[in-house]
Design a protein around this ligand. Sequence first.
Ligand SMILES: Cc1ncc(COP(=O)(O)O)c(C=O)c1O
Length: 406
Amino acid sequence: MHVRVQFLTRSINLSAFRGRNFSNVRNLCDLQPIKIVNEYKPIDLRSDTVTTPSAAMRAAMAQAEVGDDVYGEDPTVNLLQRRMQKLFDKEAALFFPSGTQSNLVAVGAHCERGDEVILGNQSHIFWYEGGGSSSIHGVAFHTVPNLVDGDFSLQAVKDAIREDNCHYPSTSLVCVESTHNKTGGRVLKPAFLQNLREIIDEHNNRVKQSNSGGGKKDIKIHMDGARIFNACLYLGMPVDIYTQHVDTISVCLSKGLGAPVGSVLLGPKAFINKAIRLRKALGGGMRQAGILAAAGLYALDHHTGDVLRNDHRRTQTLLTGLRQIKDLRLPSAEHVETNILFFDVVGKCGTSAGKLLADALRVKHNILVGSYGDTRIRVVCHLNISDADIQRTIAAIKSTCEELFQ
Ligand SMILES: Cc1ncc(COP(=O)(O)O)c(C=O)c1O
């Protein structure tokens, strides 16, 4: 069957691309200017950050009582912070415009300039946050290899902690991430967090007892919990129990929870006081931010239960549907724990099969997926994705693979 995609200057026949080497072609759009012409409604599976607020969420935002939050006087922000603080059973909470800024401030509040942070080599803070911890706080990253389920070897952490010696930087912080984005939405297991806590406590106690440790700060544990509600749903565990072993957590409201903006940083009072100052210095002090906090409160009320449960279920349905396509290398079902699915396109077309599939899905079917490197694809389910969208995506990937790789 010949499939036609309408380009600005002429139509193009996808079957003509079969078997060709695309290693020098970034995407189909590089070939010629395009105008996407198709009748389908868009399906955006690139990330759970692409959701748009519902009418009900917008109504909650419009009705929010507001004040100047830099003066601490926005009642809706204060309500959100109090609610999150109670939910996570930490001493204090602080609202941020983004997860990146919340993580950045956490690192800055835990560390002095020249300190070192131990974190996974596939972590979001290491890969995707613009190196802000280094350029803004003067902190160095000491990476340890992430394992397939998003955690890392505890021995690797022990080995990475610096001795108290003037040749070395001081280790101040260990960062963990759950769910872990780059390993496919994997959930850090409670036993891993407990074991990590024990190692860090042992270290901190040893330093306190040794003469050389005078004045040295404890190492702390920070969790990038951008998708912590997905993690806790998977585990069937309350968020306060799950996060009891970490000192501080950053939680995003703008991922699966579907708020347009917002993250909350949680931890001890003294830490949050420091964070307020750093947030202001970074330009993150917002005024009548209650409009945004209201979306977060709405999300906590309406989007943590069935919405996330459906996202996880639809991710499994997608995985099952894609199994019939021989050109894909897929993870096993038990390795897909939440709403993120990574897979590789191994169909024969040179080295850029993933990019080619992503571009064809966009141009021909109005379906957007994340494309990473030559072969890797990421799809993320969220509250704007329906069961019908999943079925259309499976059918589109199947027919496109047949056209491109047969
Ligand atoms: C695991 C993780 N942490 C932090 C962030 C940063 O959040 P934001 O986009 O709000 O800066 C993201 C964003 O996707 C993320 O996936």
